[in-house]
Each structure stands twice: as C-alpha cells, then as structure tokens.
Design a protein around this ligand. Structure first.
Ligand code: MG
Length: 446
C-alpha cells in the first residue's frame, strides 16, 4: 500500500489506496471543527476521483455543521481568492497538484484566503486523533453551488494595476496553451481571450485524463514546444493541473524553464513599482541580479509557498514566489497564481515589444542540478549534523535545512518532510559545474 503523506501543505495519497473516502471525510470533518463549523468553500481540479472526493469531503464538513459552497472544477488560486473575498471560515482545494492522475489530495485554506500557516496546520493535524463530534439533524450544514469563481478570478487578474490591458489587446498575441486537461481549461483560455489573444488550446478539456506527465517541467512539454513552433505563436503557456504553476515556451518553440516565469514577472513588476522580492531558498539566484538592477533586496524563506506569501505580506513586497513557476502577485492575492502570471508576462511582452526569447536572454542564466539520497531514517539526522563540518569554510544559512553559499554557486541540503530522503540542490553558472558539485556533495554526505 502507498503511504498517506501528511504535511503542513495538506494530505496527499493514491486514491482508493492510501487516500480513501473515509480518510477524506475524516480530515474534512476535523477541518470543519477546526474552522469553528463556519462556511467552507470547496473546489477541485479535474481528476476523475474529484467527484468522489468532493462528496466525501462535503459529507464530513456538513456533518459537523459547516455550510459548504461548491465552486466546481476550478484552479487552486480560485479557491483561495473565493475564501479571501467571502465571509467563509476556510476552504479546501481537492487536488494533488502536479502529481499523476492516480493521486488526489486536500489543501487546506484559512479564513484569510491563504494556506494554513505552519503553526495552525500543526494544531489542525494534532486534532486528527480526537473523535469527531458530529452535529444532529437540526444543525447539519447546507450545500450551495457558486458557478462564478473563475469569472471573479479573471476580473481580479484584469484589474492588476501594472497591466495596460488595451496595449496587450492591441498586440493580439498568438498563444498556445497546454493545461494538461487539468482545471486550467476552466480559466486560462477565457482570461487569454479577454486579453485579446488568439488561443490555440492543447489539453484544455478538464477531463482529468492527463496526456503527459502533469508537472510542467521542460521534459514534459514537448507537444507544447512543437505546437508553438508549428503555429508560429508568440509563446506557449503550460500549467499544472491545479493552475498554481506556470511554464513558458518561447516563440522558437523552446521551453525557457519555470524559473523564468517568476523572473520575468519580477522584472515587469519592479519596472512599475519598487519593493523587495521574496522567494524561497531553492529558487534561482537570478532574483538577486534582478533586485540589484532595481536597487531592491531579495528575502529568502523556507521552501513552501505559505512561507513566501507570509513574508511578502509582512514586508509589503510587490512580487515574489517560487522558482517552480509559482508567481505571487499581491495585487491579486498572496498565493501562487498561474493566471496572474500569464497576464504579467503578456503585460511585459506588450510593453517591451520584443520576442519573449529576447526578454529571457536579458536575465542571467544559471543552471540547477538536483538529486536526492535515500537514507536509513535512523541515520538521517546524523548525516545532516555532518554538513556544517564538511562545509566549514563557507557561509551557511540554516533557515530551512542547510544552504551553503559559495561564490556564484550555492548548495541547498534539506530533509524531505514526508520521506526518508535528503535532497541536494545546486545552482551555478554552468550545468557541468552544478552537476559536479551535486555529485561531490552526495559523496561527502554518504
Ligand atoms: Mg499545483
């Protein structure tokens, strides 16, 4: 049997195996009690197990007295925005994000429209051992349907003050869009049409039948690359199934990589307004180059979008996110939002009147190497304890695991939150150097 993954970002498993309807109902009931039995907004991505999950989640919530508002198939940022803009006590996004079709999961949203802060997530997780206190028939929750979540989300994106909507519309961009048959089809084609684009849809039916590995990494986007070149499009956009990650293909039909979705957004927003960038410790150091260009700073947080969003709110940052294509534009909300990212990148393109490959080439390119070591769980902490000794000559950042800061390179060594593995990330000026540092680091650790 597969393992149910429980972490601050939610609970995830293979449906019918580690994640059963009983588990979904139990978690939802506890979340309802944790949310003081108030109104809960629920949305789901397009997975074929989504309706079964939705029914289990709704049964749990209503049975503890929560009213449930069903948004239907929507992006995760649509759920977050709906919670923020309503009087709801919380929300649940039923999605396993970039995981393959056999997975499903629940992401839990606080009343502020952000994922649960880590300390609150711990309180919630710790409450799961208690018996569920169901309500009687006279206090059972009500179910209603809200069909307009995506529409309101699009309106909010179009109101981003940095965008010159008329200028974008005049350009009539030709965009190939690959939503991997996830929830993206419910929002992205309409948003792009509202921005005057000619949209060529690839996998925009929200069937949950993923036609390629759904994580929007370069290696999974060959069809999109070919389609952009064949249609002579201005660019291609790809999203993961719950539409919080965005990847871009340039006009030559080449992926420019998820890191650049964030970097292009940073450049555009900083050209409009001044403020520090926030990103996580594992995202590209090109953010530091961009920050230097605009005379601002980069704040680095623990990995996990909630840490980035929280810090952005705290320091009033105008742009941030995660290098995995997760763009956070506070003018929409403090969570990763691929539709917002699309609008920002088109805004930048319209303004600069240059092909996207040129805009990407203006940003310094660094290269990642990523690897992981499977270790005996008993030895995990011992291995991590050796790291400061091994890298005694370097400056270390221990905000999240250990990050070794070198000259034009860094190494980030972290324990996984859910499995007995240690992840090693390296970034440097060349692919070869990064691979070599990554390999040498692993040799030193084991
Ligand atoms: Mg996702």
């Amino acid at each position: 049997m597969s393992k149910l993954m429980v972490s601050v970002s939610g609970v995830r498993g293979i449906y019918g195996d580690s994640l059963t309807p009983e588990i979904a109902m139990k978690y939802a009931a506890h979340f309802g009690i944790f949310s003081k039995r108030g109104k809960i907004i629920v949305g789901r991505d397009s997975r074929v197990t989504g309706p079964a999950m939705f029914n289990a989640v709704t049964a749990g919530l209503m049975s503890v007295g929560c009213d449930v508002v069903d948004l239907g198939i929507v992006s995760t940022p649509t759920v977050l925005l709906a919670v923020e803009e309503s009087d709801a006590s919380g929300g649940i996004s039923i999605t396993a994000s970039h995981n393959p079709a056999e997975w499903n999961a629940m992401k839990f949203v606080g009343a502020n429209g952000m994922f649960l802060f880590p300390e609150n997530a711990d309180t919630f997780i710790n409450s799961l051992d208690k018996p569920v206190d169901y309500v009687g028939w006279d206090r059972i929750g009500k179910l209603s349907f809200d069909p307009d979540g995506s529409k309101r989300h699009i309106e909010k994106v179009l109101q981003i003050p940095y965008l010159d909507i008329d200028k974008i519309r005049t350009r009539k961009f030709k965009v190939v869009l690959d939503c991997v048959n996830g929830a993206g089809g419910m929002i992205a084609p309409q948003l792009l049409r509202d921005l005057g684009c000619e949209v060529i849809e690839l996998n925009c039916e929200p069937t949950g039948i993923f036609t390629h590995i759904p994580e929007p990494l370069n290696k999974n986007l060959g069809d999109l690359e070919n389609a952009v070149a064949a249609h002579k499009a201005d660019l291609g956009f790809a999203t993961d199934p719950d539409v919080d990650r965005l990847s871009v293909v340039d006009e030559t039909g080449k992926c420019i990589g998820e890191e650049f979705s964030l970097l292009l957004s940073e450049k555009f927003i900083l050209s409009k307004t001044k403020g520090d960038i926030v990103t996580n410790l594992s995202s590209s150091m090109a953010s530091e180059d961009i920050a230097a260009e605009f005379g601002v700073k980069v704040h680095r947080t623990k990995v996990g979008e909630i840490n980035v969003g929280k810090k952005m709110k705290e320091i009033n940052s105008p742009v941030g996110g995660e290098g995995n294509g997760g763009i956070i534009c506070p003018e929409v909300h403090y969570t990763r939002d691929a539709p917002a990212g699309m609008a920002l990148i088109l805004g930048y393109l319209a303004e600069r009147n240059e092909p996207i490959s040129k805009l990407a080439a203006e940003i310094p390119h660094y290269y990642f190497a990523k690897n992981k070591i499977k270790v005996d769980p008993a030895k995990l902490d011992g291995i991590m304890a050796k790291v400061p000794e091994i890298f005694a000559d370097y400056k270390l950042d221990t905000t999240d695991g250990i990050k070794i800061l070198g000259d034009k390179f860094w190494i980030h060594i972290r324990k996984s939150g859910t499995e007995p593995i240690i992840r090693v990330y390296v970034e440097s000026e060349t692919a070869e150097k990064s691979e070599q540092i990554c390999e040498e680091t692993i040799e030193k650790l084991v």
